[in-house]
Design a protein around this ligand. Structure first.
Ligand SMILES: [Zn+2]
Length: 564
């Protein structure tokens, strides 16, 4: 039934588009698209002026990343940054600005970090504690033992030998010559188009999820496109991917009385360290000893000293803050109310939480800054939009897309039953940005040819901005669980969760989940472009005659309980 109605509308728009073409001599490429929209070029000009001449996007990024710092979910930093974001939204005229809470667990953040080698010669270490691991209760001096844990069988091998030690439980990092630049050159428009639909729904992150382009698959544990793998050099390196395994390793370390555990991170060299969490936000999970990531060369040096029969003395002084008072984390929400159809909603957002090594600038300070800037631009236009525009800055993305998953189930449908709320039919689309600093080069249509045609008509007048591709117009892969990023929480319950394909730059090779995830790695021109495009997409969705066509609903998920 629904399909038949939208097909009729589609034909109507085809005829309308043909008439418009004849009247206004719109370029032939526009006329060839079927089912596209006639767009408001006056509004586009205003959006561009606001985005390129009065941009606030780098100012947003400065506050959230440099002033409030890394925003580990439910930490004090995360809360202060959220208060700042709400204040900004209110200043820009957004309404209904508030936090929405959902159950998460402990917050955690770094208070103090010192790590060095005292003997045989002094050497300062670069590094940071792994999230949800404790501090040292003051300065400690410890001797290291290299005891790589490759499987649970190794527990017996090291039993009774680790008491009071600094445990190096990983193999030395295999460091190789950099024969390629960290940042890949941006693909040309032609190269983007040539990939086209081959990228399907967006790099394995579910339909319409979007992805960073050009991730470098070479090097130490460098991830493949759209997927993040942990280097399989030891059992412990895999533990962040596997909560059960992580708990078993952590319980072993605790039982053995390990003083501190050291990792070279799962990637990086030359001062860049990739690492995320060692413990868990769940109060029921065992708390391990302190775990720190240090530079790969520094880690390897300790192993080589031990192999030469020289046992160095190491100094650590680490303080962290477990936030245990409020186990509810939050999403930040703000709105521009719709003028004539306020109950129909167009959403835009990114995740506001980050890891702790850097300042969460590219993951996902950029997506959050861009979403905030997009709604600021639209608020500044003072042009009526029929539908309500709602911005969401999610929490808990890094730990498992928790914030957006809680939100969609609370507002739209419980995934296990697919019992829908009245809001379900009124949610038009959610646009997500979580691919780092790179500019938008394409958009995923989530497997819907009708959506692809509409998006093509929206990008036609902005191709000079190098967004040229609409992918995933003819493929559909059901999202069986939210994963990768927040748009998948929407597509998981059959809502339109749309992501953009972005230039990869140095996201996979340098900044994603590393201590190099900082303000200076963000490219100003790129995030200004992304803000303009996101504002334009939201404007079009909020003002077009009908809501966007729905991407097909996947079947109910038998594993839905895991995400409640
Ligand atoms: Zn992210």
């Amino acid at each position: 039934m629904k399909t038949r109605i939208s097909m009729n509308l589609l034909r109507f728009r085809q005829v309308a588009a043909a008439m418009v073409t004849a009247l206004f001599l719109i370029p032939p490429s526009f006329a060839q698209e079927t089912g596209g929209d006639k767009v408001d070029l006056d509004a586009l000009a205003q959006i561009k002026t606001e985005a390129f001449e009065h941009s606030r996007v780098m100012e947003n990024l400065f506050w959230m990343s440099e002033v409030y710092g890394p925003r580990v979910t439910n930490s004090g930093n995360h809360k202060l940054a959220a208060e700042w974001a709400m204040k900004q939204m209110k200043e820009w005229g957004l309404q209904n600005v508030h936090l929405e809470k959902w159950h998460f667990g402990y917050g955690w953040q770094i208070k103090h970090f010192y790590a060095a080698m005292e003997t045989p010669v002094y050497a300062a270490f670069t590094g940071f504690p792994l999230a949800w691991t404790p501090g040292t209760n003051g300065p400690i001096t410890v001797e290291p033992v290299w005891a790589p844990i490759h499987s649970k069988a190794d527990f017996a091998k090291y039993h009774g030998k680790l008491q009071g030690k600094a445990l190096l439980m990983f193999d030395p990092a295999p460091l190789t010559l950099h024969t390629r630049a960290d940042a890949q050159p941006s693909p040309t428009d032609e190269e983007i188009l040539a990939r086209g639909d081959a990228r399907g729904g967006g790099g394995g992150r579910g339909p319409g999820a979007g992805a960073a382009l050009n991730r470098d698959p070479s090097g130490r544990g460098r991830p493949g496109e759209g997927e993040w793998e942990y280097t399989p050099t030891s059992l412990a390196l895999a533990n962040a991917k596997n909560g059960v395994l992580r708990n078993e390793v952590n319980a072993f370390l605790k039982d053995e009385g390990v003083a501190i555990s050291i990792t070279p991170g799962y990637n990086g060299d030359g001062g860049t360290i990739f690492s995320t969490y060692g413990g868990s936000e769940n109060p029921k999970d065992p708390i391990p000893p302190p775990i720190v990531a240090i530079g790969a060369e520094q880690y390897n040096r300790i192993v080589r000293l031990l192999q030469h029969g020289i046992t160095p003395k190491l100094n650590f002084d680490i303080a962290v803050d477990y936030q245990k008072e409020d186990l509810n984390a939050f999403n930040v929400i703000g709105e521009i109310p719709g003028s004539t159809k306020p109950d129909e909603v167009v959403m835009v957002g990114g995740h506001f939480d980050s890891w702790q090594g850097g300042t969460g600038a590219t993951d996902n300070g950029t997506g959050s800054s861009v979403a905030m800037e997009a709604v600021r631009i639209l608020a500044a236009l003072h042009k009526p939009m029929a539908r309500t525009v709602r911005v969401a800055l999610w929490g808990g993305e890094e730990e498992g897309v928790y914030g957006s998953t809680a939100y969609v189930q609370q507002h739209f449908a419980q995934r296990a039953t697919m019992v829908k709320t009245p809001e379900y039919d009124k949610l038009d689309v959610y646009f997500n940005d979580d691919g780092g600093s790179g500019r938008f080069r394409g958009v995923s249509a989530g497997g819907s040819p009708q959506m692809a045609a509409i998006f093509k008509s929206w990008i036609e007048p902005i191709k000079d901005q190098h967004i040229v591709a609409v992918s995933g117009g003819n493929q559909f892969r059901p999202t069986t669980s939210p994963g990768g990023t927040d748009s998948t929480a929407f597509s998981w319950i059959g809502l339109n969760g749309i992501g953009f394909q972005q230039d990869g730059l140095e996201y996979g090779t340098r900044t994603h989940h590393s201590n190099a995830d900082t303000y200076d790695r963000v490219q100003k021109d790129d995030v200004m472009q992304s803000s303009m495009i996101e504002a334009w997409f939201v404007y079009n969705a909020a003002t077009r005659a009908e809501m966007l066509p729905r991407i097909p609903t996947p079947a109910p998920d038998p594993d839905a309980k895991a995400h409640e």
